[in-house]
Design a protein around this ligand. Structure first.
Ligand SMILES: C[S@@+](CC[C@H](N)C(=O)[O-])C[C@H]1O[C@@H](n2cnc3c(N)ncnc32)[C@H](O)[C@@H]1O
Length: 304
């Protein structure tokens, strides 16, 4: 992403959660606040990408828009399931973790996450840390002030660039973060944007600043999504689109070797959901034909 610009994909996924919340059934995740965080000009840009789907038009060869709009909009619509399901996956696991004594929730690459405002009752049990790229975080703080939303005392904002800084340094610089308290980390929609080494360095940091039993939930694309002969056509278009908006995705994990790799980092991989598993957990009963995104996986790992 660009150093001086809030992440556009952060607005896109917030839009997806908001869209899901207002238009889709059955409702997997109700992010009734997400629309508010998206400024009007970003909203209309996102809607422009979704237009082909909304209008149900089939032929875009003459469109003046520069991408294969239909495929991108299909991918975005498919992505809505993924984005709503992963948010639900994270917060379901968080609820279980709280019962096991977790007292800190660290949202890595938080973007326009609304947890702290949507679930104020949860802040009675948790300190919440939004850790994000400085440009995205600065935008969000500005937007929150513009909306006049009251800043909860137990919500803390920590800027970091995962490609340049260590999570250990960033988190421990906050006097509110306690490295001895069991913590829950979510890392949604971020890993693919980092190199494998950067992603692993941040994951390793978690084991250094969170005690045994702390957890991380994350989503990832499988390595097939990066192999031209194996990636779906929609994935190919979407990757080109992300490249054009300066947020290229570069890294996938191999689901078959993930448990071993996480063991080397100091985690036990507790769960590793495939697209079929995600369909089974969250997308039963859909009548619109959309299903879990090809190549998309969710996982949960525990610090050993
Ligand atoms: C697709 S958005 C996901 C946002 C949020 N997790 C969600 O699911 O709504 C990607 C997020 O990763 C953050 N991000 C991307 N590259 C980053 C980097 N190098 N350092 C810190 N954050 C980064 C962006 O600022 C953005 O908030």
């Amino acid at each position: 992403m660009k150093d001086d610009q809030a992440s556009f994909t952060a607005f896109m996924v917030a839009y997806m959660r908001a869209y899901h919340s207002t238009h889709e059934t059955p409702k997997i995740f109700d992010d009734f606040l997400a629309y508010d965080l998206i400024p009007e000009e970003k909203r209309s840009l996102i809607e422009q990408y979704l237009t082909p789907w909304v209008k149900q038009v089939n032929d875009y060869e003459d469109t003046e828009l520069c991408f294969n709009q239909k495929m991108i909009s299909e991918f975005l619509m498919q992505g809505i399931n993924n984005v709503a399901s992963r948010a639900r996956y994270a917060e379901d696991n968080l609820a279980k973790a709280i019962q096991q004594g977790v007292k800190q929730y660290v949202i890595l690459g938080a973007g326009m996450d609304t947890f702290a405002f949507r679930r104020p009752e949860m802040l009675e049990k948790l300190e919440v840390f939004e850790v994000d790229h400085p440009a995205t975080q600065e935008f969000k703080l500005h937007r929150l002030a513009e909306l006049g939303w009251k800043h909860p005392a137990k919500l803390h904002f920590i800027p970091i660039d995962f490609t340049k800084e260590s999570l250990v340094t960033a988190l421990t610089s906050s006097s509110f973060y306690d490295p001895d308290v069991k913590s829950f980390f979510s890392w949604l929609g971020v890993i693919n944007f980092l190199s494998r080494d950067e992603a692993f360095a941040t994951l390793r940091s978690i084991t250094e600043i969170a005690p045994t039993g702390s957890m991380v939930v994350f989503d990832y694309l499988d390595t097939d999504a990066f192999i031209p002969e194996k990636m779906s056509p929609q994935m190919r278009e979407f990757k080109d689109f992300l490249l054009k908006i300066d947020e290229p995705i570069i890294t996938g994990f191999n689901p078959a070797t993930l448990a071993e790799e996480f063991a080397c980092l100091g985690f036990q991989l507790n769960e590793n959901l495939s697209p079929d598993d995600i369909n089974g957990c969250y997308l039963q009963g859909r009548t619109d034909g959309y299903h879990a995104q090809e190549h998309g996986h969710f996982a949960c790992a525990v610090v050993e």
